[in-house]
Design a protein. Sequence first.
Length: 403
Amino acid sequence: MNEQFKAVRVSEHVYWVGAVDWAVRDFHGYSTDRGSSYNAYLVMADAVTLIDTVKAPFKNELLSRIASVIDPRDIRYIVSNHSEMDHSGCLADIWDIVRPEKVFASVMGAKALLEHFHLDREIVPVKDGESLSLGNVELRFIETRMLHWPDSMFTYLGEDQLLFSQDAFGMHLASGERFADEIDDGVLEYEAAKYYANILLPYSPLVAKLLARVDSLGLTIETIGPDHGPIWRKDVQRIVDWYARWCVQKPTLKALVVYDTMWQSTAAMARAIGEGLVESGASARLMPLASTHRSQVATEILDAGALIVGTPTLNNNIFPTVADVLTYLKGLRPRNLIGAAFGSYGWSGDGVAQVRDALNQMKIEPIGEDIKIKYVPDDETLARCRSLGKLVAERLEEICAHE
Ligand code: FEO
């Protein structure tokens, strides 16, 4: 099968030549319900340059889109902004086909690419602030270490006022449309938030610094070309403002009640806590883990003020789905949360204490007494659960009033 894919013009010198992955539903543990794209860009300068490649199975789609503009062997340089394999998986193959004069990456990126692919080749390391002349236009490199890998960098094309931002400002969204202004606003904000929460959240303090730094560089940015999802060509400030909001994680009146259940006892407690939250003015989100993916929980936590977690005790342990989501959230390092633990048990009841330990490790401010009940909650226990919900809502009110 010889499929024909076309490049899409982005700006005076740039074409999008990436690949759309309509089928992917899991991205290293992150549920990608709307698929994704792996964006690569062709800079049609005197020295034609490819910015990033794509995930290995999409090599032919990349080559076909490049070939709709030029012979791929006319590419003089390749720049790798990020060495994670969704952007570098076919780099070695493309290198063999294109035979570029040089391949560039950040200092850490050059090392990471060689280590990933066990290559015995030279990658030219570029430093923060360095420029590369392509003849009629120039690329400028901006190191963005730990956003979200040690190798990550941005590349700026001043002549087109275009920032190639690798994972930053991206989202997992497969679409026929290439530009954000062609996509429904609600979908854009949800998927951008989901991406931020699941990929960038642990590095929020660095995001705040990076936004300030890019601002101080005084670059005019009319277009942002991320490595996933649509390209921002109108009102780029919108996604920048979202990042400025998300990296602060200002608490709100939203409280998540995340739980699983064996015989509906922990579920009944969760519902009672939810009622208490709502009665006292909080916005409750019950998230039963039998039907909620860990990455949805991460997305909701981005603008939440409280995390209340319920678990049954199974064989002296926390329930596996609850352990899964707590492990995932701990790695994402959410901030500014209050919380509580609860659950039903049969004989040992160790699960609730294990949830409490995890919440403590996440530096979540404890509210009230954790609630642990044997077998099935009675009316008195459910009233305690409602009271816990009210207590959390009242503390959230106090916190939000002081923000
Ligand atoms: Fe899209 Fe960090 O790779």
